[in-house]
Each structure stands twice: as C-alpha cells, then as structure tokens.
Write a protein that binds this ligand. Structure first.
Ligand SMILES: *Cc1c(COP(=O)(O)O)cnc(C)c1O
Length: 416
C-alpha cells in the first residue's frame, strides 16, 4: 500500500508557502503559532489506488486509507487496531431530539478508548520513520494516554505534559503505558506551551496535533470512514465537539476527500460544539476574524475540550465553513444531561466531551439549526469510563438494600 508516496508536500494554511514533506512542523515565515501546515496529496494518484475494489481487501483499520496517509508502505506502524469504528443507530435519541435519524460513531472503541488514537497511531509511526528517540505531547488527557499507548506498542519512549486537572483514569493509562509524566502546575494551555519549548530544547518529536501536520491526517480518517460507511446515504449533519479544533478540522478534510473521490454523494454539514465556559472557538467563528482573538480562561466539566486557546482554529473555521455548517456552545448542565441521556437511549457511554456533541444536537434542534426531517451523525470521541468521577456524579445513587426479598420489594413493589 502506498508504495509510491502520494503525499506531495506541506502548505502553510496562512500564507500558502509550500514545503517538502519532511519532519518540519510549522511555516518558516508565519512561525510556530500561526504557520500551521497542511499535508497535500496528488489526488489523481490517490484516486487510482483508493478504489472500492482495493478497499474491499484492506484491513479494517485506519491503515486502509494508505494513499491518504503520510507514510510509505514500508513504514513500521503500531500493531494495535485503530479506527474503522462502528456506527450505532440510535432511534430513541432521534425521537428525543425530534430528528429523522441519529447515528453514533463510537470512537470510544479505539484501543485507548478515544478518538485521539487515530492521530497518535500516525504520530508514533512518523516518529519511528523520522528516527526520533522520544515523543512528547501536551494533553488534557486523551491525546496523552493515547500517545503513550501507541508508543508503548512500538517501544518508543514518551514524555507527556498534563495539566493539573487531568482525570485519574487518563493519568492511570499514561503511567501504566510507561510514559514519563510531567504534571504541570497550571492549565492545559500552559502545559502546551511548555511542551513546545521542551521539544525544541531536547529534540523530541512533537505530537501536538495543532503543530504537527501529520497528526491531523490521522484524525482525518474518521471523515474518510464516514465517507466510506455512509457514502450512499450521508447524514445531513456531522456533529463534533471542539477544543483545539484539530478533530473537527480533520473530519472535515476527510469528508471533503471522500466527496472528491466519489465515495460520498454529498458533503454533510458540520456542527462544531463547545462548552460555554470554553468557547473561544465559537467567539472566533462569530467574529469572522482573520486574526486570533484574545482568549479567556477556560473552565468546563468536559475536560477534553477545556481549552482557552484553540490552536487549530484557522483549520477548523475553514473546515466547518466549507461544509456549510456552523458552531454553537452548550452549558455544562446540558452536557451533564446529555451524559445521562445518551447511554440510556443508545447503550453507548461517552465521556463529557462526547456528550457535548449530543448536547449540541439538542441545542441546534431547539434553535432550528437542525430540522425535523434531517439525519445526524454524532461523533462519540471518548469512552465514558475516561472520566469516572463526572460520570458517577451525573449518574445518581443506587438503591442500597439488605440481602432480602423484602428489601427488594420495598424498592420495586410486590409482583403483580
Ligand atoms: C481531544 C478531544 C476532543 C476535541 O478535539 P480537538 O482537536 O481538541 O478539538 C473532543 N472529544 C474528546 C473526547 C477529545 O479527547
């Protein structure tokens, strides 16, 4: 697969400068904050290789899209199964939202239980390919635990920067995968900046998606899968929660690719959802500003999207705009309601940032953004066990009873 590398280069999303597809991270002219690069492919060559016939025999993982990934055929990859996550029809959620159909794409089923595995799998393979001895990243939790897992599967050492507030399950994953964990006294944004500086100083491979153009290529595979899994009958909307904006940007790119390649009949509109306490991306969108707006300190129950400075806002804004979609924010209370209703109505248990997407569907419905005859695909970006404390708080208490039938009857009543 991808015997002939179809990747042609990297282009700056701000100034358009072109670079060879090497291990540089950002544009020399626009710098590290603004000069995010985009991987470019020879789409004619991609179209020749990536056919329905070829795909029929490929692995059920993100590696099936070899022609649209930045790795040559011989590149070593993590042996874990990443991607090709299932679609789950959720008719009772559709009924609750008052829409034609709700489909969940359950990315909590990835090896480390979040969407981030898509990016980390590509990141680990790239680090190996470029001969880097250590991979580093800063993360609210999932990118870190995912990177640590992928690296562990390939024997690559990792150094991970996490903010003080990372949930314990994610921290446990990190430590058990053998990462060197630096817990930063500060926010995610501070951890992110520190990681960037440390990478420059120590020569570590920087896994941060907003800065490393190849990582978003991994995230793109969710959009490619939506294109392949739902190509003939695409949903009207694809709903994604947003922190830095890499996830939504990747999904948008993947769906555009699948439209161009003829798999996807029409491009779904993308709804990007944030928490009101961490809604810098929404403000950026609403201002229609071409430059980055000043940001405020973020706070939300959905730790994975608790981001003050969305690093990939430009890519994300363009992606959502090209899809004809829009953005909105939901209150933490709505996220907690969604955290409860999604598992009860579908059997899929998502973490708060995943529930935020579902809360976004309900909000968009009440604002009339999504109409009653439309179908919605909701990205479940992380498994609910990722943040047990919030889940338990939202869940309420069990009935504590003695081990007697009388005690059972006190709760459920006498049999009829
Ligand atoms: C990282 C993450 C997101 C948001 O992705 P960004 O690229 O930061 O916008 C959403 N949900 C979960 C579970 C995540 O881990």
């Amino acid at each position: 697969m991808n015997a002939k590398l179809t990747l042609t280069g990297l282009s700056c999303i701000k100034c358009g400068a072109l670079y060879p597809a090497d291990d540089r991270l950002t544009c020399d002219v626009c710098g590290i904050d603004e000069g995010i690069l985009e991987a470019e492919y020879d789409m004619e060559a991609v179209a020749q290789g990536l056919t329905r016939e070829a795909l029929a025999n490929r692995p059920k993982s993100l590696w099936r899209y070899a022609e649209l990934l930045p790795l040559p055929a011989e590149a070593e990859r993590p042996p874990l199964q990443v991607g090709w996550t299932p679609l789950v029809d959720a008719p009772r959620m559709a009924k609750m939202a008052g829409v034609a159909r709700v489909i969940l794409k359950d990315d909590g089923r990835n090896p480390t239980a979040s969407f981030k595995d898509r990016a980390s799998a590509v990141g680990a393979a790239c680090a190996k390919m470029f001969g880097r001895s250590t991979v580093a990243c800063a993360s609210t939790g999932n990118a870190a635990s995912s990177m640590a897992g992928m690296a562990a599967s390939m024997g690559i050492p990792t150094t991970i920067f996490v903010p003080e507030r990372a949930p314990e399950p994610k921290l446990a994953q990190l430590l058990l995968f053998g990462a060197r964990v630096l817990r930063v006294h500060g926010s995610y944004d501070e951890a992110y900046d520190l990681c960037t500086k440390a990478c420059a100083r120590y020569g570590w491979y920087n896994r941060n998606c907003a800065i490393n153009p190849y990582l978003v290529e991994g995230k793109k595979t969710a959009g490619l899968e939506i294109g392949e899994q739902m190509g003939d009958n695409p949903p009207d909307w694809v709903v994604v929660s947003v922190g830095d904006g890499c996830t939504v940007a990747g999904i948008c790119k993947g769906m555009r690719d699948m439209k161009q390649l003829g798999f996807l009949k029409r491009l779904p509109r993308v709804l990007a959802v944030q928490a009101t306490g961490a809604s810098a991306f929404v403000r950026q969108w609403e201002a229609e500003a071409e430059e980055k707006l000043p940001t405020e300190d973020a706070t939300t129950v959905a730790d994975s999207i608790c981001v003050s400075t969305p690093r990939n806002w430009r890519k994300a804004v363009r992606g959502v705009r090209k899809s004809g979609g829009t953005v909105l924010a939901v209150e933490d209370a709505a996220i907690l309601d969604a955290l409860r209703s999604m598992p009860r109505l579908s059997g899929v248990f998502g973490e708060p940032a995943a529930a935020a997407a579902w809360a976004g569907v309900l909000e968009a419905r009440s604002q009339g953004i999504i109409s009653a005859d439309e179908s919605v695909l909701c990205m479940v970006t992380g498994n609910g066990l990722k943040d047990i404390r919030t889940a338990v708080n939202a869940a309420g208490q069990p009935h504590d009873i003695d081990a007697t039938l009388e005690a059972v009857a006190q709760v459920v009543g006498e049999p009829s």
